[in-house]
Unconditional design. Structure first.
Length: 163
């Protein structure tokens, strides 16, 4: 009976931990970040410093080149939960975000601003394929007129008299 109870408690604990995991990007640092967002959309960050997680206490904001402003982490209730939000920039692409920890670490996560990123400005655009210019057609030469043939006969040979 005790064995069945322990197995049940273990299964319930595992289920609780599975439900706790956020549906966003997360790492071993015990924090989460919205993993995909529309340009100009809201990005949320959460840090769990309690409950035996290996997360550290943030000593500064979450920063990223993909944010319009850093996320200032504030306490959100019991159990060492801190969180905040900001707005994503308008430029699509993959970005990283991180924050400084009280123990010197700087946990980093990646998120995606959806859409097609603009072309890389460091690459040269391919020049358009050049087509050879068509040569202007020469006007057709008129056909040479035929030379009229002079008939051979009396005038050329004389009139037949001898003089």
């Amino acid at each position: 009976m005790v064995k069945k109870t322990l197995i049940g408690l273990t299964a319930a604990s595992a289920a609780t931990l599975a439900l706790w995991a956020p549906a966003s990007a997360a790492d071993e640092g015990g924090w989460s970040l919205t993993s995909k967002v529309e340009p100009g959309g809201r990005i949320d960050a959460d840090v769990y410093t309690g409950l035996g997680h290996s997360a550290c206490t943030p000593t500064g904001p979450v920063t990223s080149a993909g944010f319009t402003a850093p996320i200032k982490m504030v306490g959100m209730g019991n159990w060492g939960h801190m969180g905040g939000s900001t707005t994503a920039i308008k430029r699509p692409g993959k970005y990283t975000a991180s924050y400084p920890c009280s123990d010197g670490r700087s946990p980093t996560l990646t998120f995606t601003i959806l859409g097609t990123p603009p072309p890389d400005p460091t690459t040269k655009p391919k020049p358009p394929a050049t087509q050879p210019k068509p040569k202007p057609s020469k006007p057709a030469k008129p056909a040479k007129p035929q030379v009229a043939a002079k008939p051979a006969g009396a005038p050329q040979t004389g009139d037949g008299s001898r003089s």
